[in-house]
Design a protein around this ligand. Structure first.
Ligand SMILES: Cc1ncc(C[n+]2csc(CCOP(=O)(O)OP(=O)(O)O)c2C)c(N)n1
Ligand SMILES: [Mg+2]
Length: 367
């Protein structure tokens, strides 16, 4: 194997990192409190993109919640409602060719990236027309067309895979990167620490995102973590790291744009801690008794979609009627997706044996 990418300028890379870290720290650690001043820098098109995509996630998921109640969608269902800006602000800051990978809370990214909502809905129904031929369900949406590498159920399992996707691009000499999402519950997994170490050592173009929604199932970050400012975990690897107010789609975009510029210019990994909140329970069977209504309401008062709606109206980028028309269009798209899923067939029983990884020359099988 050719190690040229990470052996030649080790000392310089390390120095570069230290300078980066100093400048990130300089900007002030608690940048979640500084409201973005540069909202004027975003165009009308970007605001309308954010509105439409975040509203698509919310309305699509509200529908899937109802369908789950009617037992039309079975298995697990983890909703992203409240966290929409984490996906929308990242996609607007990245480019075609970049890779995305995330947890089982995985409907947001593909919906923003443009995966057909019909195929996502069909996957949730377990139908053959779904993104994973109905064999993955809600937790395993994949779409190669838009470089969305899933949908992973093992907490932390996607972290090394995300670094691997980015490594492959570096190896091929492109300027593509990978944005790798994980929850706050994943940061104590050994896989994260092994990956952070190698990603820094090899200067891999990866953006690690901790979607800190405060809880891993019913357990708060404070109950499991000595360090509760989770972005600081990156600092122990000399990784440029920052906390981001992820109820603000502008802040998400700006932070991802900074990290992407670093990755593309050979500056290696960044850790972003997106401070966000899920309005619904962990999954559909969670009554969410571990948190107060006041806490939930305090986040709903900073709702990312509402914020964008207000900005659009105040800047006169669109009227109430225009936004209502977008909502009506989304409703029709979602109804069409439900119809498509309901009228699609289940996979053939023989499909249980296809798309399964086998290695016929695996040396340890003797029979
Ligand atoms: C290795 C592993 N351990 C435990 C679980 C069970 N489990 C599923 S989700 C979850 C909580 C993860 O929370 P977090 O990372 O904060 O993500 P969130 O659900 O909040 O998006 C746990 C413990 C699992 N899927 N994988
Ligand atoms: Mg969490």
């Amino acid at each position: 194997m050719n190690f040229i990418y990470f052996s030649s300028s080790k000392y310089t890379v390390k120095q570069h990192k230290q300078e980066e870290m100093a400048s990130v720290k300089e900007k002030g650690k608690d940048n979640t409190k500084t409201k973005v001043e540069s909202t004027g820098a975003f165009t009308k098109e970007t605001y309308l993109f954010w509105y439409e995509k975040m509203q698509l996630i919310r309305k699509f998921e509200e529908k899937t919640g109802q369908l789950y109640g009617q037992q039309k969608i079975k298995g697990f269902l983890h909703l992203y409602i409240g966290q929409e800006a984490c996906a929308a602000g990242a996609v607007s800051a990245l480019k075609k060719g970049d890779h995305y990978i995330t947890t089982y809370r995985d409907h947001g990214q593909p919906l923003v990236l443009g995966t057909d909502p019909k195929k996502i809905m069909a996957e949730m129904y377990g139908k053959a027309t779904g993104t994973s031929k109905g064999k993955g369900g809600s937790m395993h949406i994949f779409d190669k067309e838009v470089n969305f590498a899933g949908g992973h159920g093992i907490v932390g399992g996607q972290i090394p895979l995300g670094a691997g996707l980015a490594f492959a691009e570096m190896y091929k000499g492109t300027d593509n990167l990978c944005i790798c999402y994980m929850g706050d519950g994943a940061v104590r997994q050994g896989a994260l620490h092994e990956t952070f170490n190698l990603a820094m050592l090899w200067n891999i173009p990866v953006i690690f995102v901790i979607e800190n929604n405060g809880y891993a199932m019913g357990t708060s970050v404070q109950r499991t973590s000595n360090v509760t400012e989770l972005y600081q975990i990156g600092e122990s690897y000399d990784m440029p790291s920052e906390a981001v107010d992820a109820m603000s789609v502008e802040e998400v975009h700006l932070s991802v744009a900074r990290a992407a510029a670093r990755a593309r210019s050979g500056g290696g990994p960044t850790l972003l801690e997106f401070r966000t909140y899920r309005y619904k329970g962990h999954s559909m069977s969670d009554p969410a008794k571990y948190r107060t209504k006041e806490e939930l309401d305090s986040y709903k008062n900073q709702d990312p979609i509402q914020q964008v709606r207000e900005t659009i109206l105040s800047k006169k980028y669109a009227t109430e009627a225009d936004l209502d028309a977008i909502d009506a269009q989304l409703k029709a798209t979602i109804e069409e997706a439900v119809k498509f899923a309901e009228s699609s067939p289940y996979p053939d029983a023989a499909e249980a044996y296809t798309d399964v990884y086998t290695q016929t020359d695996y040396p340890f099988i003797t029979e």
